[in-house]
Design a protein around this ligand. Structure first.
Ligand SMILES: [Zn+2]
Length: 114
């Protein structure tokens, strides 16, 4: 259900951007998704297709750019790549880590056919 709520938010965001850019049909949508989000692209795409049916973004191509997750330790300042969902420093074991990249969920591009 995680992807469903993301797809719903995405459809709303695309619609707002479409209207702000003069309307028309949506040809393609480009989003940036961080790995920390644990989004399964195929599931997100199928929800997007489902929710966009009958709207001006029906049949729009959804392009997903992935962003690798990384974090910085607040205790020892180690910067590390995150390959699971736990924010734990591999150098000192601290949990006081801050996500640097990987939390993205942004609409970065929209192609309209006006
Ligand atoms: Zn550390």
């Amino acid at each position: 259900m995680h992807e469903l709520s993301i797809a719903q938010a995405l459809v709303e965001q695309v619609e707002a951007a479409r209207l702000a850019n003069g309307g028309g049909r949506v040809v393609s949508v480009e989003i940036r998704v961080g790995e920390w989000r644990q989004v399964v692209p195929e599931i997100l795409k199928s929800y997007f297709d489902h929710l966009s049916k009958g709207t001006p973004m029906e049949a729009a191509r959804l392009e997903i750019d992935h962003v690798a997750a990384s974090a910085r330790c607040g205790s020892c300042s180690e910067v590390f790549a995150l390959d699971d969902i736990f924010l734990i420093c591999p150098a000192c074991g601290s949990r006081a880590c801050e996500l640097l990249t990987g939390g993205e969920l942004d609409l970065v591009g929209l192609e309209l056919d006006t």
